[in-house]
Write a protein that binds this ligand. Structure first.
Ligand code: IMP
Length: 419
């Protein structure tokens, strides 16, 4: 039995889907522990691009059972859309999806409240409007609806009616807003996903059978406790969320791999010390096709940030790193890496000191000579141009965690395994 973990090391969108796809080859269970349809994992299957939001990417490997853990907030309408996508791509999902009884459920009301809150704040956080925050809010207020409630549709309807009344009483929505909600379609989605709802415990703790891969969504800097609050999501995306979201304690984890892009991106609001507003930023955006998989928004782009990466390595207990999208840097003459920040005249190497003042820090960079050629043809680390090796070795030694995997393109085979 082995339990290995993949987490986002930055602000999400690091390319986790592809690495999960790679590492799910020899496992029988792939599980998610937090978040919901705010995630967007892009993978290529038979040369076709597939985007999954809630169902773990492991569904593409036919031997895997996929678990949506109790720490997630699950949107039944979204699950139906993903099932349709799997059907259209001839991917068999029968008896391969378990939504834990106690995962909380997103309703159209939660999405509406998310959207209204976002509009009221002038788009300050820039949420995905998928109802994530309001659903977690209901969970912690102990008025949430859970997957097990979907097994009794009469009870579910009663709960949704009660919650709607609360929303109107609290002025979260007004009566007219209800015209924008189609509950009939929603209930039919709930009925269609009933067979997936089950107890994940006996599957996760089947000692004879389980090689488990745990798939994080979003990224460490969006973690509700460790991220750039309030510009964060509403769950624990870092590895700490696993013990609550799946019930698997930290001392059972065999490895924790952090996924980092070879540069940094962020969608939505919030501080981003190494963000670029110049031609380099535009180039990263266009070569890297940096558009959000869930919302289609343009991602903000910047240079690699060692201060943030070291923090992330520490919070997650990283044992290894997968560096993605190295090929996007192919055409840059000079590549910059932020080694530390300056804040009010002091040198800052620890992120926690300035987490609340990140928009006031000045990044200090070390320059690297670009390799100015394509890395696409490389099959092993030694094939990479010298300049790329220098860049990668610097990141690894500064973060203090070995880089074990390097992705050099979107396709399944475009990967270098360094182990
Ligand atoms: P929410 O998770 O929809 O509440 O959004 C909160 C913040 O997290 C916003 O800035 C989103 O853009 C960001 N966010 C949520 N999910 C993802 C993701 O999967 N990748 C990148 N950013 C995300």
């Amino acid at each position: 039995m082995s339990i290995n973990v993949i987490v986002g090391g930055q602000w999400g969108d690091e390319g986790k889907g592809k690495i999960v796809d790679l590492l799910s080859k020899n496992v029988n269970i792939v599980a998610r522990y937090q978040g919901g349809s705010n995630a967007g994992h892009t993978v290529y299957h038979n040369n076709k691009k597939i985007i999954l939001h809630q169902i773990p990417t492991g569904i593409l490997r036919e031997n895997n059972v996929c678990i949506l853990g109790k720490g997630m907030v699950v949107d039944p309408d979204g699950i139906i859309e993903e099932i349709e996508c799997l059907n259209n791509n001839n991917i068999d999902f029968n008896n391969r999806i378990i939504i834990d009884y106690y995962a909380h459920i997103v309703t159209p009301l939660h999405k509406l409240i998310d959207k209204i809150n976002e509009e009221k704040s002038g788009g300050k956080i820039g949420t995905t409007c998928k109802g994530i925050g309001p659903t977690y809010q209901d969970k912690y207020q102990r008025i949430g609806i859970r997957a097990i409630d979907l097994l009794d549709i009469k009870l579910l309807k009663k709960k949704i009616e009660e919650r709607t009344k609360i929303a109107i009483d609290r002025s979260e929505i007004c009566e007219d807003d209800l015209l924008n909600i189609n509950l009939n379609d929603y209930y039919s989605s709930c009925i269609k996903i009933k067979d997936f709802i089950n107890d994940s415990f006996p599957v996760l703790f089947n000692k004879d059978k389980s090689n488990i891969l745990i798939e994080g969504a979003q990224g460490t800097l969006l973690d509700i406790d460790h991220g750039t609050f309030p510009y964060v999501t509403s769950s624990n995306c870092s590895s700490g969320g696993i013990s609550t979201g799946l019930g698997i304690p930290g001392n059972k984890l065999d490895s924790v791999i952090g996924i980092f892009k070879a540069y940094v991106t962020r969608v939505g609001g919030g501080p981003f010390p190494t963000e670029l507003f110049d031609e380099n930023g535009k180039q990263l955006q266009s070569i890297g096709k940096e558009l959000g998989a869930t919302t289609g928004r343009v991602r903000r782009c910047g240079w690699f940030d060692i201060v943030a990466a070291k923090y992330s390595a520490c919070i997650n207990g990283l044992t290894g790193i997968a560096l993605t999208k190295l090929d996007i840097l192919d055409s840059f003459d000079t590549i910059y890496v932020c080694t530390h920040y300056e804040y009010k005249g002091s040198k800052i190497t620890e992120m926690s000191k300035v987490l609340n003042y990140l928009d006031e820090v000045t990044p200090v960079y070390k320059q690297f000579k670009g390799w100015n050629c394509s890395v696409e043809g490389s099959r092993v680390f030694e094939d990479l141009p010298e300049e790329a090796k220098v860049y990668i070795n610097f990141l690894s030694s500064e973060i203090g965690v070995p880089i074990e995997i390097i992705s050099i393109g979107p396709k399944r085979h475009q990967i270098l395994n360094l182990q």
